[in-house]
Design a protein around this ligand. Structure first.
Ligand code: ADP
Length: 460
């Protein structure tokens, strides 16, 4: 991957730190705002109650006199603004001015109107001073005038402003705390993951977090697959070397005899024939190995679709070709070869399917008896799927070996396989080709009665 395209992994500690800082700040600001609001509400309610109580006390004192006059109110120095308003809204007395008549008519003030209507009223208005508000409480007196008390207190933002420095210091502390905690938490979180990465062989048993179970599972299966592949490769190499060593040893032996002049002239054609036979065996083996590795490459190459070159072809003509190609072999083994071909369209590679049918026919002839017969047929099965079937009445395959004959180099009877030119790879190739075509193989066999191998293809 080019350098600039590689994704730089993000720091988990950094992400945690940022998240913690954000959460901390947000909760601090929200709780500061919430508590300022709630506190202000409770405080304002208490403030109003006190105002009402003072107003009631002043009203009682004022009305106690025989003939109360507005100017008498000057006696009640409560430190609060005190106003007396006539029923028509004229201001009769105001503790802030000596000339109450100069004040505008108060009949439109909410608290005054409420007091005139229901006996008492209150309201809150924004003060001219920023961050302050004025609370009013008005009380209708017995003579029909309204006594009003007013006092100033800080509004909700005013209370909040007081808390601002504390809030800022709080944010700073939280950021510091978050940085320290994120470091600690990240270390605690990461430690088990590092430990997990160091012990890959027990990864699935020691998953520290449930979120990592899928990852552990993938790593474990990947490891298992690798180990299995490694074992298969090692066994395959050992098998190939062994299979090649036997013919090479005999070729070398015969050649040595001829080279040293130890072979009698009349033996030479016989030795030559053996050398030729062993060489043919090796060629067959090598070409089967090449074929298998090509098939392996096709199924493992994820960069391109292995079925891209597949075409729709009819098994009918393929069966005819294979049957005519195998007639000579069958005759040599005193086996009759018949075929029954019906139209059976499949998607696939003609060469590979030819190889598959040839291998199956070859086995049916080789593991047969003189006088036996082989039946090659194709068509559409009862399930609507195209199939190709090779049946023989040969020696059959024992039950316990039936699942293993598709393994590389597995043979039921090694000497018979070798004597008939088998490489032990024929059915492995058949299976590989079937898998590439999404086909399944159905093998039925009884020792002494015969074998039937049916390859069932998906519908086109
Ligand atoms: P080989 O080259 O030895 O024939 P294959 O992979 O084609 O290898 O087959 C594996 C083994 O399966 C053979 O060695 C043989 O023992 C058995 N086998 C395959 N086909 C038949 C058959 N039609 N009848 C009996 N045995 C068979």
């Amino acid at each position: 991957m080019p350098e600039q395209e590689r994704k730089v992994p993000r720091s988990m500690a950094g992400m945690l730190r940022a998240a913690l800082i954000w959460v901390g700040m947000l909760s601090l600001v929200l709780s500061a705002l919430g508590s300022a609001f709630l506190f202000h509400r409770a405080y304002a309610a208490q403030f109003d109650r006190d105002l009402a109580r003072t107003a009631a006390a002043v009203a009682a004192g004022y009305q106690n006199a025989d003939a109360p006059q507005p100017a008498d109110l000057a006696r009640f120095d409560t430190g609060l603004r005190l106003t007396l308003i006539a029923a028509d809204g004229r201001v009769l007395y105001d503790s802030l001015t000596d000339d109450p008549a100069s004040l505008p008519n108060h009949s439109d003030r909410a608290e005054v109107r409420a007091a005139l209507e229901s006996g008492s009223g209150q309201s809150v208005r924004k003060s001219e001073t920023a961050g302050m508000e004025t609370h009013y409480y008005a009380l209708r007196l017995a003579d029909g005038t309204v006594l009003r008390l007013a006092d100033e207190t800080s509004d909700v933002w005013g209370s909040y402003n007081h808390a601002l420095p504390i809030l800022l210091v709080g944010c700073l502390l939280i950021a510091l705390l978050a940085a320290v905690m994120a470091g600690l938490i990240a270390r605690r979180l990461v430690r088990p993951i590092t430990r997990m990465a160091e012990h890959l062989d027990t990864i699935e048993a020691d998953v520290p977090y449930e979120e990592l179970i899928p990852l552990a599972h993938t790593v474990q299966s990947d490891r298992k697959l690798r180990e299995d592949n490694e074992t298969i490769r090692r066994e395959f190499t050992a098998n190939v070397s062994h299979e090649l060593k036997t013919p090479l040893t005999s070729i070398s032996g015969y050649a040595e005899l001829i080279e040293n002049g130890m072979a009698r002239p009349e033996d030479i054609p016989g030795f030559g024939a053996r050398i030729h036979k062993e060489a043919r065996r090796m060629i067959a083996l090598v070409s089967d190995i090449l074929q298998l590795s090509e098939l392996d490459g096709m199924s493992k190459d994820t960069s391109r679709d292995s079925t891209a070159d597949f075409v729709t072809l009819d098994l009918e003509s393929l069966v005819r070709d294979v049957a005519s190609g195998m007639t000579m072999n069958a005759r040599k083994a005193y086996v009759t070869l018949q075929y029954h071909a019906s139209p059976a369209p499949v998607r696939g590679s003609r060469d590979l399917l030819n190889e598959l049918a040839t291998n199956l026919c070859d086995n049916a002839i080789r593991y047969n008896r003189p006088g036996g017969h082989v039946d090659l047929n194709c068509g559409i099965g009862p399930d609507g799927c195209p199939y190709l079937c090779v049946e023989d009445n040969g020696i059959g395959i024992p039950q316990d070996a039936q699942s293993r004959v598709f393994e590389r180099f597995y043979r039921v009877d090694k000497s018979r396989s070798k004597a008939t030119g088998g490489t032990g790879l024929g059915l492995a190739i058949v299976k590989h080709i079937a898998v590439l075509h999404n086909a399944r193989i159905d093998l039925k066999s009884t020792v002494g009665t015969g074998t039937s191998v049916r390859v069932i293809f998906p519908k086109v």
